[in-house]
Design a protein around this ligand. Sequence first.
Ligand code: HEM
Length: 401
Amino acid sequence: MAPTRSFDPRDPEFRTDPHRFFARLRREDPLHWNPHLKAYALTRHRDVFQVLRHPHFLATPMRANTATLLRRSGRSLPTLDRLIEAAVLFDSTPGHREARRMLVATLNMRPLGEYAPLMADVTDRLIDALRGRPSFDAVSDFADPLPVHVIHRVLGIPEELFDTLRAATWGLDGLFNYVKAIRELVAWDAQCRTGFAVIDDLVRQRRAAPREDGITRMIALAAQDGIDHERLVARIFFLIMVASDTTSATIGNAIALALATPGIVDAITDPATTAAAVEELLRLEGTALFAARYADRDTELAGLAVPEGTVAYCYLAAANRDPEAYPDPDRFVAGRGGPPHFAFGDGIHACIGASFARLEARIALHAFFTRLGPLRRVEAGTSWLPLDAFRHLARLPVAVD
Ligand code: HEM
C-alpha cells in the first residue's frame, strides 16, 4: 500500500520501512506538521542541516518532558533523574560543553588507532564462537554484544559484570520516548539502579587502586572539573548506554542491508573500500531516526515563521536519502561523495563517538564477512524492535552456506 502523507511513528509499517514514508514527505510535504508528534517533521537535507546548526533550536524537549512527568507524578525516581541529568544529548545549558569535553577526553585517552586491537579481539572472539554453526542470529550473537564488550573493556569493567551491566544500561530509546507511563518509568528506574550500583562500586575500587582504564581516566577528569561522585557514576552509565545501543544497531542494520543487496559484501571485504562501504551503510541505514529540537524564541523554520516552543523532529534518516543531496539516494555507492551525512547528527550535539564507532564498524563488518564464509539472510525470522528513535533489528537469522 502507498504510504499516506502523514505517518504515525509507532505504526508497524512505518517502523519496518520508514524510507517509503520519508520519500513521499520529502517530495510533497517537507515541512510536515505531524499530529502524533505534535511537532514538525523535517525530511530534507538542507532543512535538517539548518535546524541542527540553528542557534535558537535547542535540544531539550525529551529531557524536559520526562522530568515534568516525574515531577507531576510526585514520585521520586532518583536514579532516572540522575541519568537524565547526565544525558548531554538533551542539555543545552552551558554545562553541556563541560560534560561533552569530559566524554571526549575520556575517549581520547588513547589515539584512536590504539583501540583497533581491542575491537579486533572482541570481534574475533564472537566470530570464533559462531564458526562451524549452520545458522545464527546476527543480532544477538554478534551485533548486539560487540560494542557492549568494546566499551566495557575500554572502561575497565570486569568480564563477569558484562551481562548485569548490559541488562541495566539497555534502553537508550527510552530517553527519547516522549510519552511514558509512570509505571514504565518506575521499572526503568529500578533497572538503572542495578547498573548505578555496579558502577558506583567500580569507581570506589579504582579510586583506591587506579588502573590504566577509562573509569580511572574519568575519575581524574571529574576531579579536574569538580564533578562529584554521584554525577560521575551517572556519566559513566550514560556513556556505556550511548556507545552500546547505537553501534549495535548500526552493525546489525549494515549486515542486513549487505545480505540483501548485491555488491555490498564485496565492498566491505575489499580492504581498499571497507571504509567507504561503512560510510555509505551509515548513510543508508544508520540507526538514529531523528534529532529533536525546540525553538527557544520566536524564529524561523525552513522559511516559515514559528513561535517559541515549536518542536522540530529532524529526520536524519530521511535527510540521508534526499535526492537533492545524493542522486539516486536508495542505491549503495561506496565513495559516492556529496555532503556529509547525518548518521552521527550535526551541530553542537554531533556524536563524540563517531570516529570510534566508524573504526569499530569497519573492523566488525570486515571480519564478519571475511571470516564466516558465504552467508544468507533468512528473511522469515527478521524483525525490528518497536523503538521510537532508532532503527534496531530484534532478530536477523543468517544461514551459513
Ligand atoms: C554507529 C554508532 C553511533 C551512532 C549512529 C551515533 C549517533 C549519534 C547521534 C545521531 C547523535 C546526535 C543526537 C542529537 O543531536 O540529538 C549522537 C550524539 C552522541 N553520541 Fe553517538 N552515535 C554512535 C556511537 C557513539 C559512541 C561509540 C559514543 C561514545 C563512545 C557516542 C557518544 C555520543 C554522545 C556522548 C553524544 C552526545 C553529544 C552531545 O550531546 O554533545 N556515540 N550520536
